[in-house]
Ligand binder design. Structure first.
Ligand SMILES: [Zn+2]
Length: 89
């Protein structure tokens, strides 16, 4: 099942719904592991690890979420003051 998360999209310039690519069918993997007497568990673990590191893609524009880029663009557009929490006197 694909995971969803609200992340800042630098192209949309707002927080949008991001969907994670490369979902894992855990039911299918469980059945295969059952019929291979647990041997498939090793393959399942590798696939699940890779899926956990899969990219989040913006559902509006299709841009792949990059944390470093998103945070740097957000700082440029919204300023360092908003990040530090200080307000002008
Ligand atoms: Zn977007």
């Amino acid at each position: 099942m694909p995971r969803e998360s609200g992340l800042y999209c630098f192209r949309c310039d707002r927080q949008t719904l991001h969907k994670q690519t490369g979902g894992v069918n855990h039911v299918l993997h469980f059945l295969v592991a059952f019929f291979t007497c647990g041997l498939w568990l090793i393959v399942w673990m590798i696939i699940a690890q890779r899926a956990a590191a899969a990219d989040f893609v913006c559902t509006f524009c299709g841009t792949t979420y990059e944390h470093d880029r998103a945070t740097s663009v957000w700082r440029q557009r919204h300023g360092a003051a908003a990040e530090s929490g200080h307000t002008a006197p």
